[in-house]
Design a protein around this ligand. Structure first.
Ligand code: SF4
Length: 758
């Protein structure tokens, strides 16, 4: 009998980065449990982790490349698949130019070391301006506000959750999401400890979430009004002489401008729009100012609204005004071991961020950090003319379900001349592809959370080798990316991958040795390359990043410094210590200061003040639709796993009892919701957890479309909330879609209809 093996790995499914202990026999997963010795998660896991066993064994998971011929899918080998792609894509690029190709990257790419390291190579060779990702239906506003204030898009201050005594959360449900833009496994335990040491948790949300249920205070807020609420707190702090930035004063600019911007935002002037009483707003402002260590944190609900960047900015304005930015128990900057731009180059000063370097062709929407708003994806495919998107590569994404007005996008996808998907499922998006290239099982590739350790509530580093061997015939993900890059770059489908990989690492090393302030500035690049042998692929790049990073061995300069070998010797992770104050060295703005009042915020505040009343009027007579998060769901592919979908139907419409009564609707009945762009029918669940006037549908559902191969998901199809969301609704500073506060009319449904635009 094959003996069992125990492996330790980091869960790749969400931002919490929990350590797992996995017992396998050959390729078979015997058990999954929390790794009690993990230096960060200490044994904590959530139910999603168990699904890795089912995912690895899922018969619907694609294991060989597939080519579509009409309605039929044929299995082919890798060489045939890449040759097919070369025949399909290259003529389109030659005929229409580089912008005729779009690339869409889904959320799982950011949880994947190979994707993060090789996506830039793919995009560089693609040479297209049409790059889209899930970031513009998620966190882009926070990246924009952080970039403008602190100088890089991932300089996002994180709650120092273990040391704070007052936590004000807006639009965040970390007990269910397990933290987002805040990597901190076991949020339940962390919040309980906060309260046990006498601290206070206050939640502002149009839904009484599980986090709100465990908080000291919860206040409903009308969706889309977080910026007004936050401005009223800023106003109160100034009006009552509570502004005390302390040591931050000498490192910032713009304080007086913020005072001026908040002058017209007295609590009385915003209370009716927000749905929060003036006294409550003042009381929150006073508590925030009085707490010895406090932090304001906003997440998805604050981002996916019309003033998402403004709200995200105001969160950190409050942390600055109360002196809680960059101090223990406040909002602090992690120092990641690898990949952090705010830990590289000259400390305390940089180039800042540049936005709007190009614009979308049809609507003229500005680029943000190299990508265009996904809300304009469909129109860029549909609209004839130079630069029209004719071909598409999707990477672990399902925009057909996860982006606004998804029915329109689904129709647009059907008109593409060619499409390639790197994906493990034949889903609502990849059914339109000509070729699908499967990645290995998540348990069959190595793992290091390059992105999330930059957002971590404690400085840690954890590398995990693959838990199981790749299945026969599968290709490593980085090799898939490089072969696609070779096709797009003109080297052809049979290009030498080793050569391409050597070029990738050589380019990176050359950049670092010529970067002022880099740990390896002025070093001989050939010697550094030699020191990385015999590694290749993602491990070689990661080793270089670790060794040239802030804790690295500097290739001999720091004897006890980090390297990949050190991480390999520590399977439960390496503890790099609690968050430390980093201002001013963390700053990369051109001024070398915290930009408390960036020009873009001044302009958008004028828009807010001008539109605040209209926003309320527009909602009159209608309900406002918001999303919601479920512990057992994150991305749409998780709906194909029985362990995560069993039990009571979860894709339901939550509605307050008063609203249900006034519309003569009852629990379990069907409602018909209609927005400007679409209509759905869905089962009602009456609950007083939701604010009156607001209804909620979770995202990622709607698995009833023809041509997919996700059998479990099809049995729990649910309703796609993005049939209702509107591609025109957008936060203009970040291009982020408005997914919360969608005006909808609600009435009793006559029949159950699941639209299919196949
Ligand atoms: S909280 Fe996230 S990282 Fe932790 S086990 Fe669950 S899905 Fe995995």
């Amino acid at each position: 009998m094959i003996p069992t093996t125990t492996s330790y790995t980091t869960c790749p499914l969400c931002e919490a980065t929990c350590g797992l202990e996995i017992v396998t026999r050959g390729r078979e997963v015997i058990s999954i449990r929390g790794d009690a010795q993990d230096i960060f998660s200490h044994g904590y896991i959530c139910p999603k982790a168990y699904s890795l066993k089912e995912l690895d064994a899922d018969q619907d998971r694609i294991r060989e490349p597939m080519v579509r011929r009409g309605d039929q899918w044929l299995h082919v080998n890798w060489d045939e698949a890449f040759a097919e792609i070369e025949r399909g894509l290259v003529p389109i690029l030659q005929q229409y130019g580089r912008d005729a190709l779009a690339v869409y990257a889904g959320n799982p790419t950011v949880h994947n070391l190979a994707s993060l390291l090789y996506l830039p190579v793919l995009l560089h060779t693609a040479g297209t301006h049409n790059f889209f990702s899930a970031s513009t239906v998620d966190q882009m506003p926070k990246q924009v506000s952080a970039g403008l204030m602190f100088g890089t898009m991932l300089s996002i201050p994180i709650p120092d959750i273990e040391r704070t005594e007052y936590l004000l959360l807006l639009g965040a449900n970390p007990l269910v999401s397990n933290g987002s833009l805040m990597t901190a496994p076991d949020m339940r335990g962390r919040l309980r400890r906060l309260r046990q040491r006498g601290g206070k948790v206050v939640v502002i949300d149009p839904y009484r979430t599980r986090t709100a249920q465990e908080a000291d205070e919860h206040h409903f807020i009308r969706p889309g009004h977080d910026a007004q609420f936050l401005f009223a707190i800023v106003h109160t702090l100034f009006a009552e002489g509570l502004v005390a930035p302390g040591k931050l004063t000498e490192h910032m600019t713009g304080l007086e401008q913020v005072r001026t911007l908040a002058q017209s935002s007295a609590p009385e002037s915003v209370a009716s729009a927000c749905g929060i009483a003036p006294d409550t707003i003042r009381s929150i402002a006073r508590d925030l100012a009085a707490a010895p260590r406090a932090v304001v944190y906003g997440r998805i609900g604050t981002c996916t609204q019309e003033f998402g960047t403004l709200a995200s900015w105001l969160v950190d304005v409050l942390n600055v005004l109360t002196g809680n930015l960059d101090r223990e128990g406040g909002a602090m900057f992690p120092k990641a071991a690898a990949g952090a731009r705010n830990a590289n180059g000259t400390p305390g000063r940089g180039r800042g961020v540049r936005l709007g370097r190009w614009k979308s062709r049809v609507r003229g929407l500005p680029e943000v950090f190299g990508e265009l708003p996904v809300s304009c994806f469909a129109e860029e495919i549909e609209t004839p003319g130079e630069g029209q998107i004719k071909a598409l590569i999707t990477l672990a994404g399902n925009p057909a379900l996860s982006t606004p007005n998804s029915q329109r996008l689904q129709q647009a996808l059907g008109t593409l001349e060619y499409m390639v998907s790197v994906d493990m499922y034949l889903n609502e998006t990849t059914r339109h592809a000509n070729v699908i290239l499967p990645p290995p099982s998540p348990l069959a590739h190595s793992h290091y959370d390059l992105a999330f350790y930059q957002l971590s509530a404690h400085n840690v580093a954890h590398y995990s080798p693959p838990v199981v061997e790749r299945e026969p015939g599968t290709l490593e993900e980085w090799e898939v990316y490089l072969r696609l890059a070779a096709i797009l770059g003109g080297q052809g489908s049979s290009a030498d991958l080793n050569l391409l990989d050597d070029m990738s690492i050589a380019t990176l090393i050359q950049r670092e040795v010529t970067t002022p302030g880099s740990r390896v500035e002025g070093r001989n690049s050939g010697e550094l390359l030699t020191a990385l042998k015999p590694r290749r692929g993602p491990e070689r790049i990661l080793d270089f990043m670790l060794r040239s990073g802030p804790y690295g061995d500097g290739f001999g300069a720091q004897r006890d410094g980090l390297s990949l070998a050190v991480l390999e010797a520590h399977p439960h992770g390496v503890d790099l210590g609690p968050l430390q104050p980093r201002i001013p060295e963390v700053l990369r703005t051109s001024s070398g200061k915290i930009e408390l009042a960036p020009q873009a915020m001044l302009v958008d505040t004028e828009r807010l003040h001008a539109q605040g009343v209209q926003t309320v009027e527009r909602a009159n007579g209608q309900m406002l639709l918001i999303g919601r998060r479920d512990l057992r769901s994150n991305n749409s592919w998780m709906h194909n796993l029985h362990v995560l979908t069993k039990g009571k139907e979860r894709c339901t419409l939550h509605m307050h009892p008063n609203d249900a009564a006034s519309l003569a609707l009852g629990d379990g009945e069907m409602a018909c919701l209609t927005s400007r762009v679409g209509s759905v029918e869905i089962v009602i669940e009456v609950t007083d957890a939701i604010m009156p006037g607001v209804v909620s549908i979770p995202h990622g559902w709607g698995h009833n479309l023809a041509g997919t191969r996700m059998r479990v998901a099809a049995e729990h199809a649910g309703v796609n909330t993005n049939i209702l969301t509107d591609q025109e609704g957008m936060d203009p500073l970040s291009g982020n879609a408005i997914l919360n506060g969608i005006p909808v009319s609600v009435e009793k449904a006559s029949s159950r209809i699941y639209p299919d635009v196949s």
